[in-house]
Design a protein around this ligand. Structure first.
Ligand code: ACM
Ligand code: ZN
Length: 759
């Protein structure tokens, strides 16, 4: 055996020993006091456990150390040999909070004392974060940590229905949760696009319900599908394997069985539990579907109770998630059985029928000694007596639950939906929408301000959700979940007063290097430089501001127009462009820092035409919500795409007149403007675009009406005529009220425009 310890260990014996620097732990411990000197982690170390109960945790630690050391350390019930030890013990003084631990590292001995086995496990995770990422004998700093979680529910969710992820990846995901001391894995197992859990009594749920004939491709609402059969499911043996794997990591797996809505896969297999009798298909596209479980049919409840019985046999979780979100009531309104149920039960509307549905299921689940949790729609029509609420449509559901003495888990879309964009969409893979940076997640406070202390205790914690409509691979799940789940883990674990964004970002930088060694495809969007155009003097120049992603970094940005990168040592920085240019920018680490992987490069392609960066007016101006950059956005050199977070499109609820001054008389053969057709978002193409031109900006002569094909997505309204003009005017006629047959029928439609092209 070879003992090769880092030089810093040698220092520890010097008289001039210094207090160790703080290690970059995530989540940050409640209390950490640095000591002097180091503990040498070698094969000579023995792991001691104070009771048989801690054998699994001891074995877990031994297995981790074995990957670093030439020989496996010994795992012993008590001290039987000389040498350095890591002693794991449960405290029986009753002082320590649940899941809490204290970790004392001295040169010859590590003592990990915890309130329970979960606390021992969390302490081991802290110890692991102190170790190097790759195999080698090492030394870890002497310190004392006293630590415990702020919240009891520290969750991550994974949707395996829209896309399926196998057991190996689910275990890797659970390992990530464990590393950051999260303790709930919410497994979204059933939905319209696939039923993913074997149920012995109803084999068709997976024979039929686990498979679809194709999948939606491209942005939401496009109506484009491939025809590649897709599916998969977990056998009950695999489920048991995952549940045991998670339990060994002190993570409770919370299964979700969706009802009464999001049930198309189940109904494709067993249409008799719908209102109409079907037939149905497992859905290829994303969204909300009108066929749901029939609430008037007693056999629906027998079926769901049978399913839940098998589910409760597989999952020891105290909470069973029964979905409850996004359940349209259309079928219930015209179903004789549902209407009869409402009449006999004295239910005044379909919301009360939904409440009846959930309460009946709750009664059954409670009778088995378990509790239900559901999305916040379960509040509508009256909350089931013992139900907990998962608040996703903002925080109101959680607030209402807590105020009425019900437990709640916070998962608001604004901070906890990790399917949202995390960086500038121009540089991100297609996502469902939204914009939730890692800093925004870090800023989240799970206790809503309006709750009093006696109500706040009903907030169990929070959870990050990873819906997978646009996430097809394990690598992409990792990209969306990491590092945002690390930010949420710290929100949920660390005392509020110890939270510090700049400090977190610094620790995260070091953690990225470890994640890389662990083979985790973490997103580096945090380091993306934003390339933001603004109007120059109105004579064809665009000023580009490079916005640094995080204030902390003493890093240069490097930018290029075309191929040659230029380093810009001054900050903030901007450049001016006058012609079509590919602009790229990235951070450059000049500090020789730990994070050596290249920083991501942001790219924007600015295309100039005669109108670009010229003087422009729009009357009236865009609606406040969709007015990013003002009218300049129409001539900023960037053509808005369907993939959007509303920064590139301007929106109106009425007609608009747009005038561009080209600066001098120009030869023109083409005048066009882009409009968006996205009817599921209430965005309709304009009725027409009337184009006129002028030489003096006073007298305009009409050129005609620009037409477009009514295609889905971006459409160009164009007129092709050879003329001379200095001023170009486009009067865009809004589509008016949304016609019947479209979402939002009868409401005012939106007009979305971007980028004028004159050449
Ligand atoms: C949800 O995002 N429909 C809970
Ligand atoms: Zn019905």
């Amino acid at each position: 055996m070879r003992f090769l310890l880092p030089a810093l260990l040698l220092f520890s014996s010097c008289a001039s020993a210094q207090t160790n620097p703080e290690p970059p732990l995530i989540p940050r411990p409640a209390s950490m006091i640095m000591g002097q000197g180091y503990f040498a982690v070698t094969s000579a170390v023995s792991i001691l456990i104070d009771s048989k109960e801690l054998k699994p945790e001891g074995a877990y630690l031994r297995d981790v150390l074995t990957t670093l050391l030439p020989e496996a350390p010994m795992l012993l019930p008590q001290r039987t040999i000389e040498g350095p030890v890591i002693a794991l013990a449960i405290s029986n003084d009753g002082e320590m909070p649940a899941e809490g631990y204290s970790l004392h590292i001295a040169p010859e001995r590590i003592d990990l004392l915890a309130s329970d086995r979960a606390g021992v496990f969390h302490g081991i995770q802290t110890l692991i974060q102190l170790l190097p990422p790759k195999g080698s004998e090492t030394a870890i700093p002497c310190l004392t940590i006293t630590d415990h979680p702020r919240f009891a529910w520290r969750g991550m969710h994974l949707d395996v229905c829209r896309h399926f992820f196998g057991v190996e990846f689910v275990k890797k995901y659970i390992d990530l949760l464990a590393r950051y001391k999260m303790n709930r894995f919410h497994w979204h197992l059933t939905d319209d696009q696939g039923w993913r859990i074997e149920i012995k009594k109803y084999p068709k749920l997976t024979e039929v319900g686990a498979w679809r004939s194709g999948s939606q491709i491209g942005p939401y609402g496009r109506g484009e599908y491939d025809s590649i059969p897709y599916g998969g499911f977990y056998t009950q043996d695999q489920i048991r394997e995952v549940v045991a794997y998670a339990a060994a990591r002190h993570i409770t797996v919370v299964p979700e069985i969706e009802m009464p809505g999001h049930a198309m896969a189940a109904l494709a297999a067993y249409p008799e539990y719908s209102c109409t009798g079907g037939p149905f298909e497992v859905q290829k596209g994303w969204g909300v579907f009108e066929d749901v479980f029939c609430a008037g049919n007693d056999s629906t409840f027998s079926f769901l109770q049978d399913v839940l019985t098998e589910v409760m046999d597989l999952f020891p979780s105290d909470y069973i998630h029964i979905g409850g979100d996004e359940c349209p009531k259309e079928r219930w309104k015209t179903c004789a059985k549902c209407q009869a149920r409402m009449k006999s039960g004295g239910l005044k509307d379909e919301h009360e029928l939904q409440s009846y549905f959930i309460q009946r299921i709750e009664k059954f689940v409670n009778s088995k000694g378990r509790k239900i949790i559901g999305w916040d729609e379960i509040l509508e029509g009256g909350l089931a007596p013992n139900a907990a609420v998962m608040s996703w449509r903002g925080t109101e559901g959680g607030v209402a639950a807590a105020k009425s003495g019900h437990y709640a888990v916070m998962s608001p879309g604004s901070h906890c939906y990790f399917d949202h964009y995390q960086g500038d969409p121009a540089n991100e893979p297609l996502a469902i929408g939204g914009y939730t940076t890692v800093q925004k997640v870090y800023s989240y406070e799970p206790i809503p301000a309006e709750l009093k202390a006696d109500q706040a205790k009903y907030i169990l914690g929070a959870q990050g959700n990873v819906w997978t409509e646009y996430i097809l691979t394990p690598e992409h799940v990792e990209y969306m979940a990491v590092p945002r789940m690390l930010a949420l883990a710290e929100v949920l674990w660390t005392p509020k007063e110890k939270r510090d964004e700049a400090d977190f970002i610094k620790r995260l930088e070091l953690e990225f290097a470890r994640l890389e060694v662990m083979g985790v495809n973490a997103s580096k969007s945090l380091y993306q430089v934003s390339i933001v155009p603004r109007q120059g003097d109105g004579s064809g120049a665009i000023i580009i501001d490079f916005k640094k992603p995080t204030a902390r970094f003493p890093l240069l940005i490097e930018w290029s127009i075309g191929d040659t990168f230029v380093q810009n040592p001054s900050w903030p920085s901007s450049i001016e462009i006058h012609d079509t240019s590919l602009v790229r920018a990235s951070l450059v680490d000049t500090t020789g820092g730990v994070f050596r992987a290249p920083y991501p490069t942001s790219t924007r392609y600015f295309v100039f035409n005669l109108a670009t960066a010229q003087k422009i007016t729009a009357t009236p101006p865009p609606a406040e919500r969709y007015n990013e950059g003002g009218a300049f956005t129409l001539v900023d050199g960037i053509t808005a795409q369907e993939k959007r977070v509303n920064t590139e499109w301007l929106g109106w609820l009425k007609d608009v007149s747009i005038t561009v001054d080209l600066g001098s008389e120009q030869d023109i053969s083409h005048i066009g403007i882009g409009a968006l057709n996205e009817t599921y978002s209430w965005i309709h193409l304009p009725k027409q675009v009337e184009v006129s031109i002028s030489s003096d900006g006073k007298n305009y002569s009409p050129l005609g009406s620009a037409e477009a094909k009514a295609t889905v997505g971006r459409s160009e309204f164009v007129i092709n005529k050879a003329v001379k003009a200095r001023y170009v005017r486009l009067v865009v006629k809004h589509a008016g009220l949304i016609p019947e047959g479209f979402p939002g029928a009868g409401k005012q439609s939106w007009l979305f425009l971007d980028e004028i092209d004159v050449h």
